[in-house]
Design a binder for this molecule. Structure first.
Ligand SMILES: Cc1cc2nc3c(=O)[nH]c(=O)nc-3n(C[C@H](O)[C@H](O)[C@H](O)COP(=O)(O)OP(=O)(O)OC[C@H]3O[C@@H](n4cnc5c(N)ncnc54)[C@H](O)[C@@H]3O)c2cc1C
Length: 569
């Protein structure tokens, strides 16, 4: 914590710490209401839980029995998010199969049927279809890979999104309304006023460090918002007397190289927890775990036993999952509200605003704690209402009606593909991520047709989009590009695109050519490390050969670790 004399005129109204969904969401709301905003993210936008979740903008089905008013609010907000980002949301029809493994199966089927009838009341708010009850033969027609011994199944509807893009679009909109967005910039200290009696007063800014260049700066503001998710207690403590608690819950997903099911399918793990398998783009995910986490939040990894826990649970309804090829894992920490005693699954998913002025006597600092991806908009609105009241700003919230960038109209991909002569599938992906602005991303290729090249064939991603991510969306590393475009996250594990992608990142950011090799190597290592714990047999042997090849080429696994000495490895 640093104590310096308060400036007469702060540079900003609000400084937001953290570039997850809560940080970018509140930065956008504040900027739309005319406040001067600066956001600092120490890694990259959506680096934490916001880019590693199940991506469901769901309707709060877990609250249905005890708090139906929360389900209603969640469904309404899901409807709002669909309206402001129609390109970025997709329907996820779920199957809830009931195994015919006990005399209770028929009762279970009837109970689940009744439960979802109740949920149907709220489906119109989020434009979801009502549930249906399927016979065993109907289930197998829809999903032939399911185990044969079923009592039946229930269908229900949810919505999915790409958490990375949702954060990026919130950040872009905030920037277009005047906010300054800084990625790879860590807040190291909070500034406190010096009081005449020598004690420290209000928080009035932050000291930041660019983690890539080491450059330090001071930024002053009337209010500082701590939106650092599971890191929130560490960040709050920078204020001295200010403190807050979360109970970080580690969650992983396992990613497969193709769609292994037609629908999202609910299963139960060995301990009875609900888990799922879900098609996502070209791939499939299974998830998720929820375990108390006490380790380093900046260096989380899935473990082999977590992977096996999920695979065995999904295999109960989809046996072929055991033969499918794993290409990676994701991992994140839920910033769950603190409680001592309940199991992880029993913890509240509610959110809370901590006013450190009232709680700890550290005025000017607020913490946003808990919440969900699906409730980011309402959480941001509540936080901005508090800020606006304190600063005497009257403008109302508009984030439920104002479209996110590219979300103003739905554009058909085919005419764009024909206009620019690029594969329609690539344009579909571009439209998914950029909505009505896809045309503008491709527009830059009028000057240089080479930029129409497909760089990543698995997803697929065009060269112009990689360049756009660097120039317009703040990408400074290949991982940043992957978060914004999905480059390298497909079936080949980035083997075919890492080097070309890295060249483009180096060129756009003005790095020397040698840096491109390091960017590529670091990305390949990162991809490898995300699947190393999950693979065995022939795949593991193949990976070891590749690792040796990269090592021998001086660009890879061991070489990188030596050169980067002291980094994560
Ligand atoms: C496995 C899993 C599945 C989930 N599934 C769903 C789902 O399907 N639907 C749903 O609604 N919710 C889901 N969630 C919950 C949801 O992802 C989180 O509630 C939400 O993303 C939290 O967002 P956040 O912005 O608070 O935190 P984060 O996204 O973690 O962001 C915090 C950011 O703060 C940055 N930071 C930390 N310290 C500093 C500092 N000193 N300076 C600058 N920056 C800093 C970090 O780098 C990080 O990017 C899931 C979570 C997990 C882990």
């Amino acid at each position: 914590m640093a104590a310096i004399a308060r400036e007469e005129k702060p540079m900003f109204d609000v400084v937001v710490i953290g570039g997850g969904i809560n940080g970018t969401g509140v930065a956008r709301d504040c900027a739309l209401r005319g406040l001067r905003v600066a956001l600092f993210e120490k890694n990259d936008l959506a680096f934490g839980a916001s880019g590693n979740n199940s991506g469901m903008i769901h309707g709060g089905v877990r609250y249905l029995t005890d708090h139906p008013e929360v389900t209603e609010q969640s469904c309404r907000d899901s409807g709002y998010i669909q309206a402001i980002a129609p390109n970025l949301l997709f329907r996820i029809p779920f199957l809830f199969p009931i195994p015919n493994d006990s005399r209770k199966a028929a009762v279970m089927l009837a109970a689940v049927d009744a439960f979802f009838s109740f949920y149907d009341r709220y489906q119109p708010l989020k434009h979801g279809k009502p549930h249906t009850r399927l016979t065993p033969s109907e289930v197998r027609t829809l999903e032939p890979g399911l185990t044969t011994d079923l009592a039946g199944a229930i269908t229900f509807d949810e919505w999915g999104t790409d958490g990375h893009r949702l954060c990026v679009l919130n950040a872009i909109d905030a920037r277009e309304h005047g906010a300054k967005i800084h990625v790879h910039t860590e807040v190291e200290a909070l500034l406190r006023e010096e009081q005449s009696d020598g004690t420290r007063g209000r928080v009035h800014g932050v000291v930041t460090r660019d983690t890539l260049t080491g450059k330090r700066e001071t930024t002053t503001a009337k209010i500082v918002i701590n939106a650092t998710g599971a890191w929130a207690p560490i960040t709050a403590a920078l204020g001295g007397e200010s403190a807050t608690k979360v109970r970080p819950g580690k969650g992983i997903h396992v990613c497969y190289d193709r769609r292994v099911s037609n629908y999202a399918v609910v299963s139960h793990a060995i301990d009875g927890r609900q888990i799922f398998v879900m098609p996502w783009g070209n791939l499939s995910w299974i998830g998720t775990t929820d375990d108390d986490y006490f380790g380093d939040l900046d260096d989380m990894r899935a473990t082999t036993d977590e992977v096996r826990y999920l695979v065995s649970g999904v295999a109960r309804v989809l046996p072929s999952i055991r033969d499918a090829r794993i290409i990676g894992t994701t991992v994140g920490a839920r910033p769950t509200l603190y409680a001592y005693g309940p199991t992880e699954d029993e913890l509240s998913r509610e959110h809370e605003i901590v006013d450190h002025g009232t709680k700890d006597g550290v005025a000017g600092l607020y913490s946003m704690i808990g919440g969900k991806l699906a409730s980011f908009r309402i959480f941001a609105e509540e936080m901005t209402d508090v800020v606006a009241k304190e600063l005497g700003v009257k403008s109302p919230c508009t984030t439920h009606t104002a479209a996110l960038p590219g979300g103003d109209v739905i554009v058909p991909p085919r005419p764009i593909a024909e206009k620019f002569g690029v594969p329609e599938l690539a344009v579909r992906r571009l439209v998914y991520r950029h909505g009505s602005r896809a045309d503008a991303v491709l527009g830059r290729t009028s000057k240089s047709r080479d930029e129409r090249a497909v760089v990543c064939a698995c997803e697929p991603v065009l060269e112009c989009e990689v360049r756009h991510a660097c120039r317009e969306e703040g990408a400074r590393t290949l991982e940043d590009v992957a978060r914004r475009t999905r480059l390298g996250l497909g079936a080949c594990g980035a083997m075919r695109c890492a080097h070309r992608g890295a060249q483009l990142v180096a060129e756009e950011n003005g790095y020397p050519p040698r840096e491109a090799h390091l960017l590529a190597a670091r990305f390949l290592v990162e991809r490898y490390e995300s699947r190393a714990m999950a693979i065995d047999g022939a795949q593991a042997q193949q990976e070891e050969l590749l690792a040796a090849r990269f090592g021998a080429g001086g660009l890879g696994f061991e070489g990188l670790r030596v050169r980067e000495g002291g980094r994560k490895e």
